[in-house]
Ligand binder design. Structure first.
Ligand code: EPU
Length: 422
């Protein structure tokens, strides 16, 4: 099985990283292709493993897909009806498989649709109860049979008023994709306004949907009859961008990330500045420079525009080397500190109590063999390893490859001594 071998420490890393398209934008955009009668053409596609899983899933439903890795494009062609079963093996490899439920329901409202229910995952229990309550408000009812959610709307979807009990990213995307083809008007409150959800809204509106923000977290959707063709360029990946800024941060170097809108990272940039990093934004690029004395910090994750939970593990790694006491509060997932025990194997001092991590920054870390257990944990461990003295071997890096495009190539290009060993 593929593993990474890193020799550290890499100090003062200096370089430029071109950021790929956002995985968490690409997946719902691909799922939304189910709504279309003809073709959807996506540009700036990050060909990470989750995208290949979504390609497999859509192909299993009957879509024809043409990809060009060189041009970073995907063409999804729907010239026949989809199958209405989303199998467990694909939903269990990638939770975002649930994103097909909304568009299948929108397109095939009166039919029975079967989507495998995902189990728990390393981040904690990840229920889809908000998705299902939202669909129910549109008059789509579900039952659970043999691990599959069976859902349909016998009389067709009808626009509704629905308030999400808590902000959910894929729940919002899913409900929007069903409601755009519902009869009448829907008003959804307390929606996710993550840039990736806004990207989906922009794409659907360009393709004929009528979705309008009527409040900060409230949208009004007027259902339309059909979607024919769609074309869209995927936004840059804010999580990937922040991850590479952290390479600059932990190595006390200078890293510039390109092809990313700095507005997507406002909270993160503010946090980095408070620690003492110099941040310069220009157009679609962000540079981090480390010139001043660095201070520990207390910060908390939250739905956008707050500090993203996906960016927390990387900053936790950075803080493990900044002298003093930092406290991190995680508010989204019940189990998001999986990087901590691995970083502690390198000598970090991180104590976890419920949803808080207390970090006492250390001057040195020492290379160690580690096991990654999820996508963002992989990058946090890489950060620890690259700033450690000596060699680290990281196992189960397939988690990282689900969401970071050309991970080893991009790290090597800016001077990290990392190699992939199979
Ligand atoms: N939740 C429920 N019921 C629901 C839906 C969510 O209880 O029906 C809870 C979740 O268990 C969690 C919280 O609400 O505690 C927020 O979950 P959300 O639904 O927002 O997460 P998600 O949509 O499953 C997306 C990203 C994640 C990212 C989270 C939070 C995609 C494909 N995934 O997941 O990305 O961490 O939003 O921002 O967009 C990653 O890329 O590494 C990743 C895990």
């Amino acid at each position: 099985m593929e593993k990474f071998v890193i020799k550290g420490p890499s100090n003062h890393i200096n370089g430029i990283v071109n950021i790929s398209g956002a995985k968490n934008s690409c997946l719902p955009l691909m799922a939304s292709s189910i709504l279309f009668k003809n073709e959807v053409f996506l540009k700036n596609v990050p060909f990470v493993n989750d995208v290949f899983t979504m390609i497999k899933l859509l192909t299993s439903l009957g879509s024809k897909i043409k990809i060009s890795i060189k041009n970073k494009t995907i063409r999804i062609i729907n010239n026949k009806n989809h199958k209405l079963i989303v199998p467990y093996n694909l939903v269990s490899t990638m939770r975002a498989g649930v994103l097909t439920m909304g568009p299948l329901l929108g397109k095939y409202q009166k039919r029975n649709i079967f989507v495998a229910k995902g189990g728990g995952c390393s981040l904690g229990i990840r229920d889809i109860n908000y998705h299902l309550s939202g669909f129910k408000s549109l008059h789509a009812f579900n039952t659970l049979k043999d691990g599959y959610v069976k859902i349909s709307s016998k009389k067709g979807l009808v626009g509704s008023k629905f308030r999400f009990p808590n902000v959910t990213v894929t729940g919002t995307a899913n409900l929007i994709m069903a409601a755009v083809l519902a009869k009448g008007v829907s008003i959804f409150k307390n929606i996710s306004i993550e840039p990736e959800v806004v990207d989906l809204i922009n794409f659907l509106n360009k393709s004929g949907a009528k979705i309008k923000f009527i409040g900060k977290r409230t949208i009004k959707i007027v259902g339309v009859k059909e979607f024919l063709n769609g074309e869209h360029e995927i936004i840059g990946d804010r999580i990937e961008a922040f991850s590479y800024l952290c390479v600059g941060a932990i190595s006390k170097g200078k890293v510039t990330v390109k092809n990313i809108d700095p507005k997507f990272l406002n909270s993160e940039i503010t946090t980095l500045k408070k620690i003492g990093f110099l941040i310069d934004t220009k157009g679609k690029s962000i540079s981090l420079n480390c010139k001043k004395k660095l201070k520990p910090i207390n910060f908390k994750t939250g739905p956008f525009p707050k500090f993203a939970t996906d960016n927390m593990p990387a900053l936790m790694a950075v803080l493990s080397k900044i002298p003093g006491k930092s406290i991190v509060e995680e508010t989204i997932f019940s189990n998001r500190f999986m990087a901590a025990p691995e970083l502690c194997r390198m000598g970090a001092n991180i104590k976890i109590k419920k949803n808080n991590a207390t970090i006492i920054g250390q001057k040195f870390l020492n290379g160690a063999d580690c096991i990654s257990s999820d996508l963002r944990t992989t990058f946090a461990i890489i950060l620890g390893a690259l700033s450690s003295n000596g060699k680290s071997e990281i196992q189960r890096v397939y988690h990282g490859l689900r969401g970071y495009y050309r991970l080893v190539f991009k790290l090597r290009k800016i001077g990290v001594n990392i190699k992939s060993v199979v």
